[in-house]
Design a protein around this ligand. Structure first.
Ligand SMILES: *Cc1c(COP(=O)(O)O)cnc(C)c1O
Length: 458
């Protein structure tokens, strides 16, 4: 039996959920064009679509929201938020945004020109979409083990440093307006990046004078992995580790819907004064005045408290243990996952589980459909639907290395028996794996097609 850590909280407000009948689930999925993004949340029993904005806020966060100051400029909420930002992330400047992609859009609007390259360990889907939409080339340079699901290495999200250096030499630093790294590596299974790797990446970017931007969405989870796994960090606090991580970078993009444990919010942070002045102007055009950006004052307060709660060790211990419990339980019943489990999600290797479905027929979509039909569980395909793209030079379709389905775990929302229910549902799917069929696309937009594409079963 997988190990568990009891929740370090008790529940004082509940939100009812219900499992509609199998016939209703089949009708709902058909109605949604076999895209789980099109389902009504009322028709879902366990919603693992994302951990973004879906976490449960604490009593302290709700209490802080009551004190929100909604002044247009110079609100108390802004100053409380700024104090926490300065302490944790330590950048000279920041602008608050309504979510992570708003920060990415402002970054791209200021820094990125047509045809330029943006290296990272792995870009997440919004980052990749935003870079492509501006004519840029997002490039993933994560270590090779990231594509071997069964390989248990401790920092599977690390950048391949030799590849990074060679890439910059090949493309020329003048064609790389900034470089990134994502912590933890969401698209690669939620795998952490070590401090040693962050230091080395920082050094490479500095060598070529390329600004280093951290995609910081799961900064606290990444810091906890460093504390657990990296020699020399076992006696440091999470705050100290986080401060060291960000001291290595020139800026950061953040979705506070992740490790802000809030329902909305984010920021773009930087040290460079000129970049800040441009970001502020873009912010005013796109989001709002610099002391609230894309948020209400009360949202800033919820996040200021959430950032601190996300760094509490009993919370992080429970968080990682819950996800690990789900992952190890699935391995016990023969479900192939990306190993070892990350903190925010379990990624099923759908290509491995449904080997009879080729990547052109979307094994991940077949699995996510099966999870909804069997158990009312919503999970997201992160395989060829989400990540296959047409090469701008050759026009050919390039498929990702792995066909994955991500089960993201909202923070502090589901209990251990919900995890057991998910395992029981997957057990039924494993037993009938050879019966599931692939899909073809009936509608797709040009970019980020997984959100709105429509399908039909083959
Ligand atoms: C969620 C996420 C983003 C984008 O943030 P949004 O708040 O959804 O716009 C960017 N990068 C990573 C790694 C993410 O997980």
């Amino acid at each position: 039996m997988a190990q568990y850590v009891p929740e370090p909280f008790r529940i004082k407000m509940v939100e009812p959920i219900r499992l509609i009948s199998r016939a209703e689930r089949e009708a709902a999925l058909k109605e949604a064009g076999y895209n789980v993004f099109g389902l009504r949340s009322d028709d879902i029993y366990i919603d693992l679509l994302t951990d973004s904005g879906t976490s449960a806020m604490s009593q302290a966060q709700w209490a802080a929201m009551i004190e929100g100051d909604e002044a247009y400029a110079g609100a108390r909420s802004y100053h409380r938020f700024k104090a926490v930002m300065d302490e944790i992330f330590g950048f000279k400047h920041f602008v608050p945004t309504h979510q992570g992609r708003a920060a990415e859009n402002i970054l791209a609007a200021i820094m990125l020109k047509d045809g330029q390259y943006i290296p990272s360990n792995m870009h997440f889907d919004t980052t990749e979409g935003i870079i492509r939409a501006k004519g840029g080339r997002p490039t993933n340079l994560v270590r090779a083990e990231a594509f071997q699901p069964k390989e248990r290495v401790e920092f599977k999200g690390n950048m391949d440093l030799a590849k990074l250096d060679a890439f910059i030499e090949e493309k020329g630093p003048e064609n790389i307006p900034f470089g990134m790294i994502t912590v933890t590596n969401n698209a690669g299974g939620g795998q952490p990046v070590s401090m040693e790797n962050l230091k080395a990446v920082s050094k490479v970017y500095r060598k070529y004078n390329i600004p280093f931007i951290i995609d910081a969405c799961r900064f606290a989870e990444n810091a906890y992995f460093i504390k657990l796994r990296e020699p020399g960090y076992e006696n440091k606090t999470i705050l100290e580790i986080v401060q060291e991580m960000f001291s290595l970078a020139d800026g950061a993009t953040m979705s506070a819907k992740k490790d802000g444990i809030a329902n909305i919010g984010g920021f773009l942070a930087m040290n460079d004064e000129d970049f800040y002045n441009q970001a502020r102007n873009e912010l005013i055009l796109r989001e709002g005045f610099p002391t609230y950006g894309g948020m209400a004052g009360r949202d800033l307060d919820a996040i200021a408290v959430g950032f601190k709660e996300a760094m509490e060790e009993p919370y992080l211990e429970y968080r990682l243990a819950q996800t690990t419990y789900l992952g190890e339980s699935l391995l016990e019943i023969g479900v192939p996952i990306i190993e070892p489990p990350g903190a925010h999600a379990i990624y099923i290797d759908a290509g491995q589980l449904l080997p009879h479905i080729p990547n052109t027929e979307f094994p991940g979509l077949a699995l996510s459909s099966a999870m909804y039909i069997e158990g009312g569980i919503r999970a997201v395909e992160l395989g060829s639907v989400a990540f296959a793209y047409q090469d701008p030079d050759s026009g050919e379709w390039v498929h990702p290395a792995l066909e994955m389905v991500r089960m993201a775990i909202p923070r502090r929302v589901y209990t251990q028996s919900h995890m057991d229910y998910i395992v029981d549902t997957l057990r039924k799917i494993v037993e009938n794996a050879d019966q599931f069929k692939g899909f073809s696309i009936t509608y797709q937009p040009k970019l980020m097609r997984h959100f709105t594409a429509q399908f039909k079963p083959l």
